[in-house]
Design a protein around this ligand. Structure first.
Ligand code: SLL
Length: 247
């Protein structure tokens, strides 16, 4: 059924929106165990879906359904507004199903992600982290890509206005439109290492590497010319017969 807001798609356009999903967990402080935690529980944890640098993503994300292990009472938890997160206590690690529901204007079907809840430290300093009872963070950067969004949703995503050239824009939209950007943030921060600045640095490194390769090719070519010259001289002075094949 066509929606009341219209469902004409913006052709040839993909809009992507970044977000972070994952978990944080910490063992109970033996001095102050949460009073309501069952006796076999050892950790408090939370699982979340959030914007980058605290960006409110509820303009495109309507609700999130977290499906916990069936050992939990009411294991399906639906969070209708930010912060999209579930806080719990427990004793074991398990896979959490995360279902993203988009705003109704999007006409998009929900998308499902999986996250492995991590309670125990991992990596090079796992033992030290365990001793210090540090928070165990396990999170991922992800992007949802809206391919050819319907016009009302495109306007919500970009803050209004169709791309230049009407709805015939090509490829991904990467321009800043009315204060909202379709790109990753400008600068990285302690909380978010994904930025245009780090991307820019990577591109700089690649450009440097390409320059080095070009310089090596140039030098190699010069050496070749030099050798050809030397060979021609030898032929003249020592009567070396010329080859038929020219380089
Ligand atoms: C494991 N396969 O054996 C996993 C299951 C279940 C985690 C982990 C508490 C639930 C409750 C809880 O931590 N469940 O409150 O009963 O490691």
């Amino acid at each position: 059924m066509p929606s009341a807001t219209g469902n004409k798609r913006v052709r040839g356009v993909s809009v992507f929106r970044p977000f972070i999903f994952g978990s944080e967990a910490q063992p109970f402080d033996p001095e102050k165990r949460p009073a309501d935690a069952p006796t076999d529980h050892t950790h408090s944890w939370r699982v979340f879906v959030k914007g980058i640098n605290g960006e409110d993503i509820s303009y495109w994300l309507k609700k999130v359904q977290f499906k916990l292990h069936e050992t939990y009472a009411q294991s399906v938890r639906t969070i209708e507004q930010p912060p999209f997160e579930v806080q719990e206590t427990g004793w074991g690690e398990f896979e959490i199903q995360i279902k993203l529901y988009f705003v109704p204007e999007s006409n998009e079907k929900p998308q499902t992600l999986w996250h492995s809840l991590k309670l125990h430290p991992y990596g090079p300093d796992a033992e030290g982290m365990k001793e210090r009872r540090e928070v165990v963070v396990s999170q991922n950067y992800e992007e949802v890509i809206f391919n050819e969004p319907v016009e009302p949703f495109y306007e919500i995503l970009t803050g209004g206005g169709l791309p230049a050239g009407g709805s015939k824009g090509k490829g991904k939209i990467q321009k800043q439109i009315a204060g909202r950007t379709a790109e990753i943030p400008l600068n990285d921060s302690a909380k978010n290492p994904y930025s245009r600045a780090t991307e820019g640095k990577e591109l700089d490194r690649m450009a440097e590497a390409m320059k080095t390769v070009e310089q090596m090719l140039k030098e190699e070519k010069e050496r070749l010319v030099e050798r050809e010259k030397r060979l021609a001289e030898l032929r003249e002075t020592e009567g070396v017969p010329a080859t038929t094949k020219k380089r």
